[in-house]
Design a protein around this ligand. Structure first.
Ligand code: NAD
Length: 471
C-alpha cells in the first residue's frame, strides 16, 4: 500500500489530523490497533470517566438538597444499566467518527504498525482481521500513538482486584472498599465515582499533597471536600506491597499511616502515564526521543526525521486530548505549507472532581521558577450570589497578571463548573487581555462566570462585592 499521509493512532490527535489532512486534499490512511476510532480518550478515558462522573454529580446534588429540606431515599444502583448507558455514549461517538472518516475518504486500517524505515510501516493483523497489505509506504507520517499507564515495579498483581484506569472504568462492581494508589487526575476522578456509588475510598499519594504541581490555593478546597467524600487520604505514603487474599487485597503502607497493613476489596493504581514510544520500531527511523521517552518535536511538530511528525501524549506534556488535537492540526497545516506553529500561551487543564479544578497559562509556581514578577487577584466565591444560591461557596477564581502591564498571564479556578469557566480565561490569555478588558466585559448575572470579571476588578479597586480598605 502507498499513501501520501499515514497517521498512526486514532485518538483525538490522530483523527483530528487525519480529517484536516483529508479536508486539505491529502490522501490519508489512518492505522490503529483498535477496532474503533477515538483512542484512549474516547474508548477508555475522558469520555467514559465523564459519563460516570455525570452520575456521581447527580447523586451528590441530590444529597446536597437535604440542606434545602429535600430528602430522597437511598439510591438504587443498577450497574448493568449504568455500564450500558456508558457504552452507548462511546458507541454513538465512535460511530460518528467512523462516518466522518468515510465521508472524508480517510482509509482506516486496523493493524499493529511498526516502522521499518523512515517511510515504511509494517502492518500486523489484530485479532486475525485480514489486512489489505502487510506494508504501508508513506510520504509523511504523523505519529499519534498516545501513552500507556505507568506501573509500579513489583506491585503489579495478576489479579482482577488490582485495576488500572481501564479496568476501573469497566465498573466490575462497587467494592465495599477501594484503595486508590496515586492522588493525581485519574485517582481523584475515579475515586470520586466509586465514592459516590458507595465504596469507602482510601487515597494514597507519595508526595506531600494531592495533585502535585497544581496551585495549592486550588487544591486546598478540593482536599477539604474530598476528606468528606473519601474514607481517608494518606499523603507522603507509598504502597510497599500488595497481597492477593482471594476475597480482598492486603496493602502494606510505607508512610505515616496506621495500621500499616490494611485490606481493600479492590485497588486502583493510577500513578501516571508514559509515552507509547517503545516497540514502535522508531530505532529504524531518524526520530529521537528525550530521556523520558517523549518524541522530540519542533514548533511545527516535526521530529528529527524529515518524513515523520509527532503529536499528542507521545510528543510531550501535558498529556491532554485538546493539546493533541491542536498539535495534530498544526502538523497538518505545516505539511500543507501553511505558516503555522504550535505555540499556545495557555493550555487549559481540568480535574473533574467535585469541586472541579481548572487552570490555564502561567502558574504561580512557574513564575517563581522563572524568577518572573507577577501579582495575583483572588475572588472567593463566598461573595458570589450564584455560588450562595447553589450552596457552592467553597470555590475561588484567581488571575495571575503582570503588575507592570496588567496583562493576564494565567488563571486558576476551583469550584463547581470550573472546567467550563476556564475557557474564558484561555481566550483572555491568548488574546493578551488586560485586567481592564475583563473588568469591562459584562458578565451575565447571576452566574459563576462573573467571578472572572470581579477577580479582574479587584486590583483595579473596582470590585463591588469585596471591600478593599483605602491604602
Ligand atoms: P498523574 O500524574 O496525574 O498522577 C499520578 C499521581 O501518582 C501523582 O500524584 C504521583 O505523585 C502519584 N504517585 C506516583 N507513584 C506513586 C506511588 N508509588 N505511590 C503513591 N503515589 C504515587 O497521573 P494519572 O492520574 O495516572 O493520570 C495520567 C495522565 O492522564 C495525567 O497526567 C493526565 O495528563 C491524564 N488525565 C487527564 C485527565 C483530565 O484532563 N481530566 C483525567 C485523567 C487523566
Amino acid at each position: 500500500m502507498d499513501t501520501q499521509l499515514a497517521v498512526l493512532g486514532g485518538g483525538p490527535g490522530g483523527y483530528a489530523a487525519a480529517f484536516l489532512a483529508a479536508d486539505l486534499g491529502m490522501q490519508v490512511v489512518l492505522v490503529d490497533r483498535e477496532a474503533r476510532l477515538g483512542g484512549v480518550c474516547l474508548l477508555r478515558g475522558c469520555i467514559p470517566s465523564k459519563a460516570l462522573l455525570h452520575v456521581a454529580k447527580g447523586m451528590a446534588e441530590a444529597r446536597h438538597l437535604a440542606d434545602w429540606g429535600v430528602r430522597f431515599g437511598q439510591p438504587q444502583i443498577d450497574l448493568a444499566a449504568m455500564r450500558a448507558r456508558k457504552a452507548k455514549v462511546i458507541d454513538t461517538l465512535t460511530g460518528g467518527l467512523k462516518q466522518l472518516a468515510a465521508k472524508r475518504k480517510v482509509q482506516l486500517v486496523r493493524a499493529r504498525a511498526t516502522f521499518e524505515s523512515s517511510q515504511l510501516l509494517r502492518l500486523e493483523p489484530v485479532d486475525g482481521q485480514p489486512l489489505p497489505d502487510d506494508r504501508l509506504h508513506f510520504q509523511h507520517c504523523i505519529l499519534a500513538a498516545g501513552s500507556v499507564p505507568t506501573t509500579i515495579p513489583g506491585l503489579t498483581l495478576d489479579c482482577p482486584r488490582v485495576m488500572d484506569s481501564t479496568a476501573a472504568l469497566e465498573l466490575p462492581d462497587v467494592p465495599e472498599s477501594l484503595l486508590v494508589v496515586g492522588g493525581g487526575y485519574i485517582g481523584l476522578e475515579l475515586g470520586t465515582v466509586y465514592a459516590a456509588l458507595g465504596s469507602r475510598v482510601t487515597v494514597v499519594e507519595m508526595t506531600d499533597g494531592l495533585l502535585p504541581g497544581v496551585d495549592r490555593d486550588l487544591v486546598r478546597p478540593l482536599h477539604k471536600a474530598l476528606e468528606k467524600q473519601f474514607a481517608a487520604i494518606h499523603l507522603n505514603t507509598k504502597v510497599a506491597a500488595l497481597k492477593d487474599l482471594g476475597h480482598s487485597i492486603e496493602a502494606v503502607f510505607d508512610g505515616p499511616v496506621q495500621p500499616k497493613t490494611q485490606r481493600f476489596g479492590r485497588v486502583l493504581v493510577a500513578v501516571g502515564r508514559r509515552p507509547n514510544s517503545s516497540n514502535l520500531g522508531l530505532e529504524n527511523t531518524r526520530v529521537s526521543l528525550d530521556a523520558k521517552g517523549f518524541v522530540q518535536v519542533d514548533a511545527q511538530r516535526r521530529t528529527t526525521d524529515p518524513h515523520i511528525f509527532a503529536i499528542g501524549d507521545v510528543a510531550g506534556e501535558p498529556m491532554l486530548a485538546h493539546k493533541a488535537t491542536h498539535e495534530g492540526k498544526a502538523a497538518v497545516e505545516a505539511l500543507a505549507g501553511h505558516p503555522v506553529e504550535f505555540r499556545p500561551r495557555a493550555i487549559p487543564a481540568v480535574v473533574f472532581t467535585d469541586p472541579e479544578i481548572a487552570w490555564a497559562g502561567l502558574t504561580e509556581l512557574q513564575a517563581k521558577q522563572q524568577g518572573r514578577k507577577i501579582e495575583t487577584a483572588v475572588f472567593p466565591w463566598g461573595a458570589s450570589g450564584r455560588a450562595q444560591a447553589a450552596g457552592r461557596t467553597e470555590g475561588l477564581t484567581k488571575w495571575i497578571f503582570d503588575p507592570q502591564s496588567q496583562r493576564v498571564l494565567g488563571c486558576g479556578i476551583v469550584g463547581a463548573g470550573a472546567g467550563e469557566l476556564i475557557a474564558e480565561a484561555v481566550l483572555a490569555i491568548e488574546l493578551g487581555c488586560h485586567l481592564r478588558d475583563l473588568a469591562e466585559t459584562i458578565h451575565p448575572h447571576p452566574t459563576l462566570s462573573e467571578s472572572l470579571g470581579i477577580a479582574a476588578e479587584l486590583p483595579l479597586g473596582m470590585a463591588t462585592d469585596i471591600f478593599r480598605p483605602k491604602r
